[in-house]
Write a protein that binds this ligand. Sequence first.
Ligand code: NDP
Ligand code: MG
Length: 391
Amino acid sequence: MTRRISILGATGSIGQNTLDLIKRDPDSYDIVALTGGCNVAQLASDAIALRADVAVISDETLLHQLRDALAGSGVEAASGASALNDAASRPADWIMSAIVGAAGLAPGWRALEQGTTLALANKESLVTAGPILMQHAACHGARILPVDSEHSAVFQALVGEDIAAVERIIITASGGAFRDLPIAALNTVTVAQASSHPNWDMGQRITIDSASMFNKALELIETKEFFGVRPDQIETIVHPESLIHALVGFNDGALMAHVGPPDMRHAIGYALHWPQRRDLPVARLDLAQIGQLNFRALDGDRYPALALASRVMEEGGLTGAAFNAAKERALDGFIAGDIGFMDMARVVAVTLDKMSAHDGLQKATMSLDTVLEIDRLARVRAGEVIAQIGT
Ligand code: NDP
Ligand code: MG
């Protein structure tokens, strides 16, 4: 029996890795919707090759280009935010949420309303709206499967276990591009330097977030929201080899580690075939050749993003939405050359201070609308902070 599949963010790194798995076994899948942001050529070529029902490009100015590229193929072309949400609502058995940033929240939300399985790479959905997203899934009988490698690792270590027996969850961190650079040198690193990861091949934004450890900050919050553990049960440690993705510590002292090569097709494939395991085209580790695995404590001075994650987890409410949006705006500012690498954490901290004081982050009721409103407001506030730093 074929399974109906949609991929939100099909043109990105996670989207392309998902398509790599699907293209190896095309007869098993019917592709419903593929979406992209602005990469028309990739979107059209995959949509035609896999005979998708619809291809959606979120940038509306590119609709005519998409229509031209799909002419005669039978694939429907659409564009814009509402077309993206409509595509996510089309009945499918498995939907990959792999748009980058808070832009992935609304389409994922709509996908859950059809009571389907949502493979969630878009960690920002959980950071901005974790409690209501989990509730929304439960309300509609939908299932969320983690795709972030650390969270897939924890999910796998928990198979057959009682969450009440979990003492702690340890999320590993590669340390990113600048793990061995003197802290003083971090002030002057370039966008190009921050866009190269020592172990993983990922989209540019998450790669820079790995260098600043904002990615790990998002993942700590994601852990709290997805697994429902307390912040003091979540730890992180630098593991430069990126072979152990996470460990779960139980109340009898056992630590269950998930070990595998740094290849996202493992976590994607696990979510695609869950609850079964299927053969996947990932490298098999030769432990004798690897020889040793290293660990070291995280340096809070080097990675101020981690203290901000603790703050978000303590404050709760809409602080996650403000944090993520301020982080996304600060990242835009760094990529544009308006602020330095270490300024990103300063922008987020000052934005959170301002918004905690004036915008009722803890008191307001959380709904999709309030999350999106705080997201919008935090980008404005962070923009003001960036303008001050730049002058
Ligand atoms: P990429 O930047 O490679 O791809 C992002 C995708 O989202 C692309 O399809 C892009 O379209 C699309 N997109 C970008 N902006 C918008 C927008 N405003 N509206 C609609 N679509 C948009 O990102 P990654 O694949 O690296 O990451 C995707 C998600 O998965 C992120 O949340 C990331 O944190 C998470 N993740 C990624 C991992 C990885 O290995 N890459 C690992 C773990 C989690 P286009 O390219 O056509 O413009
Ligand atoms: Mg990860």
